[in-house]
Design a protein around this ligand. Structure first.
Ligand code: ZN
Length: 143
């Protein structure tokens, strides 16, 4: 399925559309990449960690890590869609990450204790993604 960005924008609530336009104009993109029609961006939000949004034009899917659940499209996805339409040059071309299905299967074999140990190792190497994940998981639970 191919996604038309215009139809995605039509699904947004008018106020969300306006906020997304403001976000796009303020250019709050921390990082913007594209790989095989999958656009990703990290955007500054109200949380201490940036939100991650994506729009996949080939698969016709989109998503965002922000807590907005009142409509199909949040302001970050609106800003991302506007950037693709009006400023495609901001997206740095990257190679798609190779899929490694075997790795996840191996993780499923670990005990809870081994998984916690793995999280500590990852936390010590790169704390930010884990803190971001934990913060957003707690936010989702509080809703
Ligand atoms: Zn969002």
């Amino acid at each position: 399925m191919r996604l038309e960005l215009e139809s995605l924008l039509e699904q947004a609530d008018p106020r969300v559309l306006q906020r997304g336009q403001e976000l796009f104009r303020r250019a709050e993109f921390l990082e913007a990449t594209v790989a095989q029609k999958r656009y990703r961006a990290r955007l500054r939000g109200s949380a201490p960690y940036p939100y991650r949004s994506f729009i996949d034009l080939k698969e016709g899917t989109w998503g965002c890590t922000c807590p907005y659940t009142w409509g199909p499209v949040c302001k970050h996805v609106v800003a991302l869609a506007l950037a693709i339409l009006e400023a495609p040059e901001v997206f740095r071309r990257v190679r798609p990450k190779p899929q490694k299905p075997g790795m996840l299967a191996e993780l499923r074999g670990l005990s809870d204790g081994q998984l916690v140990e793995l999280l500590w190792v990852l936390y010590e190497a790169r704390p930010e993604p884990l803190l971001e994940f934990a913060h957003q998981a707690v936010q989702r639970e509080e809703q």
